[in-house]
Ligand binder design. Structure first.
Ligand code: CU
Length: 191
């Protein structure tokens, strides 16, 4: 009896198996991509989470001399519509102001930039997380439901003093904040 099995048959089986496995993984990879696109679309449409609509710049060289981030304009400002805008600067190795005072249950807009290198802005216990990039203004809306004090560490390595770069955010009762804002243009909790 002669062996009639073609020599190519076992390797054809192998090729088919490999193709099947490749197809399976290609399907999984495409499914993951579709899932990510769906999540990004959901976040953009339903949660209204999107990148800043425009790029705002601030010259780090003249930051302290002129414009939105001069010393006298830093801190929390009560706006006519009842919301609060907090302006601050990150620099090696501190935040100015180093303690931010904000009211609870109020729409807060943080606006910040860096005077030197890239710093991080993060408030512990929240999802507030921004990068402060020299030359650009970072902006984020937030709301704190209850009064309390939170830490604000720099989370981008910015140099030898990085680990000592901390700030605090003090959330006070809405009415107490309004009383303090009555006689001061800009507020902070720096003693
Ligand atoms: Cu840092």
């Amino acid at each position: 009896m002669t062996d009639t099995t073609p020599l190519s048959s076992p390797s054809d089986d192998g090729t088919e198996r490999v193709e099947r496995v490749e197809h399976r993984w290609a399907t999984v990879a495409v499914a993951i991509l579709v899932l990510f696109v769906a999540l990004a679309t959901f976040a953009a449409l339903h949660l209204a989470a999107m990148p800043q609509s425009r790029v705002e710049t601030a010259d780090p060289i003249t930051l302290h001399l002129d414009g939105e981030f001069i010393d006298s304009n830093l801190g929390s400002a009560l706006e006519p519509d009842g919301s609060v805008t907090v302006r601050f600067i990150g620099q090696e190795y501190s935040f100015t102001p180093s303690c931010m005072l904000v009211p609870s249950d109020t729409r807060i807009t943080f606006r910040a930039t860096s005077a030197d290198v890239v710093h991080g802005f993060l408030i512990t216990g929240t999802n507030i997380n921004l990068m402060l990039v020299p030359g650009y203004i970072s902006s984020l809306n937030a709301r704190f439901e209850t009064p309390g004090e939170r830490l604000m560490p720099c989370h981008e390595f910015c140099g030898v003093g990085h680990e000592g770069m901390w700030g605090r955010v003090k959330v006070v009762d809405r009415a107490a904040f309004a009383r303090m804002a009555a006689d001061r243009r800009r507020l902070s909790c720096v003693e």
